[in-house]
Design a protein around this ligand. Structure first.
Ligand SMILES: Nc1nc2c(ncn2[C@@H]2O[C@H](COP(=O)(O)OP(=O)(O)O)[C@@H](O)[C@H]2O)c(=O)[nH]1
Ligand SMILES: [Mg+2]
Length: 261
């Protein structure tokens, strides 16, 4: 009997990956971040990458540059990284399977998005953080204040919440859409405390949080972070979530807060 090939004509499910990039004045870096997305390699895994840039009335032409590079642009009028990313979380298409967040300053490597999604797709876990501290950092990518701040915050979170996080202030995250749907009603941060809020609340919700080592290189353009005031907000967020518990009331309040934007 002649051997026959299995039909390759079956249409297989595509998985939709929404990549959210909060941006304030990132015209220098955003096009590279979008263009370096591995669209073709992702399609071989049947992952369909769609990039959404969330812009806060940038005074440069971030929005135009992002659109020309192939992203959809969402506008958020309230300033702050937290406001921008939460707007992204609440505007995801219904058929999204995986959600990735990264920065628009070309410090993280958008080509590594495949490594972030792989543990989700293979059911290893439901949330992944990209670890710079356990990853590949090039010289001058992180100044001394950032390195010390990150080491300090990572250690206090690791020991108080007993979670194996290796880079609490990372800007590279990936979730299954279901895991993000459970988390997003509880998020309130408007600025740079959003990562601390997400990690500590996920820890309190008993999410398993695993890290993938990633690359980190010096940014294009200027940072928006104010080390002292933002550091104080991040510490305050850490303290306020120590005994936090998810509650239906908390979710409704946070969601109402989010819907103002
Ligand atoms: N939409 C929006 N994005 C912001 C805002 N502040 C920071 N970001 C973005 O958040 C990401 C991280 O900010 P960045 O300034 O690089 O902070 P750093 O990496 O801690 O130095 C970048 O993509 C920024 O453009 C903001 O007010 N609005
Ligand atoms: Mg940055």
């Amino acid at each position: 009997m002649a051997l026959s090939r299995k039909s390759t004509h079956k249409t297989k499910k595509m998985y939709n990956v929404a990549v959210l990039i909060p941006c304030y004045n990132e015209a220098k870096g955003i096009a590279d971040v979008i263009k370096k997305m591995p669209y073709k390699r992702a399609a071989r895994n049947r992952w369909n990458l769609q990039v959404y840039v969330i812009d806060n009335n940038s005074t440069d032409n971030t929005a135009e540059v992002a659109e020309q590079a192939g992203a959809a642009v969402l506008h958020e009028s309230k300033k702050g990284k937290g406001n921008a990313i939460r707007t992204g979380f609440w505007n995801l298409p219904e058929d999204t399977d995986y959600v990735v967040m990264l920065d628009g300053d070309d410090t993280y490597d958008s080509g590594e998005v495949l490594r972030m999604v792989e543990p989700l797709h293979n059911n290893f876990c439901k949330v992944v953080i990209g670890s710079r501290l356990n990853g590949k950092r090039t010289e001058h990518s992180m100044n001394l204040t950032s390195r010390v701040g990150n080491w300090f915050f990572t250690n206090i979170v690791k020991h108080t919440h007993r979670v194996p996080v290796t880079d609490v202030l990372t800007g590279y995250f990936a979730w299954t859409k279901d895991a993000l749907d459970e988390l997003r009603p509880y998020l309130k941060s408007d600025g740079f405390a959003i990562e601390m809020e997400m990690i500590t609340k996920m820890a309190r919700m008993n999410y398993e949080i695993y890290s993938v080592p990633i690359s980190y290189t010096p940014r294009a353009g200027e940072s928006n972070l104010q080390p002292v005031s933002d550091g104080a907000r991040i510490l305050k967020m850490f303290a306020s979530t120590l005994r936090w518990r998810p509650s239906r009331r908390g979710a409704t309040e946070a969601q109402a807060h989010t819907e103002q934007y």
